[in-house]
Design a binder for this molecule. Sequence first.
Ligand code: AMP
Ligand code: ZN
Length: 115
Amino acid sequence: MADDCLFCKIAGGEIPAKIVYRDDEVVAFEDINPQAPCHVLIVPYRHIPTLNDAEAGDDALLGRLVLRAARIAAERGHAADGYRTVFNCNRGAGQTVFHIHLHLLAGRNLNWPPG
Ligand code: AMP
Ligand code: ZN
């Protein structure tokens, strides 16, 4: 856990969030400022600041985030219509919380390319 990290605090239960899934490595919760009818963040407990900081041994953990996003999308009925998963990496891509998180967005038409 990193000091003053919002997502470490949410994962640790120190700051409340609308948790939708939790296991021994990963927690998922509703985004506080949703950009689509379905906007969930899938987050590892371990503090990894950006995708640049992930290492070879993190491949299973990263895969777990992606598969969990797919499961949540399917559970919510978005598998067929489609959904988007996004890691924003660093400020130029819009990252504002420096603890990696996978965005799951669904429930509306998602334009491409994104802004
Ligand atoms: P990013 O801009 O990719 O770093 O995404 C950070 C996301 O965290 C944004 O979509 C925010 O709306 C979301 N967020 C910020 N604070 C909270 C919070 N307390 N609970 C849930 N989501 C949050
Ligand atoms: Zn953290």
